[in-house]
Design a protein around this ligand. Sequence first.
Ligand SMILES: [Zn+2]
Length: 550
Amino acid sequence: MTTKAWCALVAAVMISVVFIHSCSGDRDLAAPALIEADDITPHIAELSSDSYFGRMPFGPGDQKTVDYLVDACQKMGLQPGNGDSYTQSVPMIEITSTPTSDMEIVTPAGTETYEFGSDYVIHCQKAVDEVQIEDAQLVFCGYGIVDDKIKWNDYGDIDMRDKIAVVLVNDPGYGGEDSTFFKGDIMTYYGRWTYKYEEADRQGAKGLLIIHETSSAGYPWFVVESSWTGAQLGLEKESVQNGADIKGWMHLDMAKDLFAKSNLDLSQLIKEAREPGFEPVLMDATVTTSLSNSYKRDESDNVIAVLPGKTNPSEYILYSAHWDHIGIGKLVDGDSIYNGALDNASGTSSLLAIAENFIEQGSNADRSIAFVWVTAEEQGLLGSEYYALHPTIPINDIVANINIDGCNPNGPMKDFQIVGIGHSEMDDIATEELAKQDRYVLPDQEPEKGYFFRSDHFNFAKVGIPALFGEGGYDHVEYGKEYGKKKKEKYTAQNYHAPSDEYDPEAWDMGGVIQDAQLYYNVGWRLANSQEWPQWKPTSEFRRQNTLKD
Ligand SMILES: [Zn+2]
């Protein structure tokens, strides 16, 4: 970190100390503890080192990571959060699909062979030994959305049992003029691949292929390739027995080639798919391909620890961060360990620092604080989904969730981005706490990428817990907005889900990491010492399921 950055940080911290000191007269509410780089950095360096092998659940770094976190919780003096245990077993099935042939597609133009990896990726989410797809017809199903509530049906009446759906990524509102139509550029849940997978299963389709497009997906093809090759984890659900045989993605170039050879105009079809009343198109194309599948059932762990409240111990502030990453994968520049330093050793470590600072505060807060390090986020938010389905604390006793997934390594910022802003009063609380840090709120900068659905707070929001999920900032205290933006873009293009997401003491400016950890701490500290129950905004699609605390 530069000296100037340090000065700016110290100045920001001073402002917050002065402010908090001046308004803390009504009770013995000491100023929140001050988080320091040394509280966080050693954990990041450790958890993102090669000896954790990229922290893949079931992988060689799984138990080691869980042990590290449990040990840290014990040493700090946090209490076990699951009965007398610090861990919660999350039963999962790990499936590795290996292509046994390329993909052959017969169109009026002849037979074309497409190559696994560069043209498409497919996998099977079922507990079967092999999958044979023979001459299955492709159907273009628009955005793959079916919902009576919004009178939308991209699958029409087609019996999909022996057919493969080809769908677009994102939703029909993306790129349009009307901000009320599928929320315009803001990605709705219908735009997420998870939704499209779920819908294909509901439709009984034999398979699903999503056409990748970088701006609509929010990430380049290599992320698809690295995320969807190799072992995939899932919770034990219905679809493990009855879901589609193949699911996956095709490269935009493959889609263009395939549609042209099938005598279809892809860009025209995309236009039509954005209009109400779109009808699926049976393509003059049949696909043949095969996979061999190996699967095993195993368990990974959520780590849960609690700091009991002094006066209202049955009410909880729930902090979360996923400890897992994507393990070992394709070799890039001589490196195959996907260390996930930013994603999410940084959040995991920030949570340890926040817990430690709550303890060093000396006197516990009024409400209890729960810290949950969830597993298998990268595989579809599985650990948090399991936790939300099997909570160790009654869901309605959880006041709020603060989720950390990736910290800002680019130095202290004047702003802070709230992802999916507008859902709940958590945003207002964060805004007030940011003002105390002399920072301003930046609305979601990339609402089209659907980040609100892409980390663990989404599973907590689904069951009604208001959540705060932020993403550092762009407006660097010293170097301004362009600097922050360039740094973020560089990370997304080069390091996100790549072996180069590594901890580099030279390149990382911890000023931003501390600043954000302090914010999360302050928001939690404030809620933990109040009677506040942050509410959902009326426009949000999320609500408390039990209206008692609404
Ligand atoms: Zn992450």
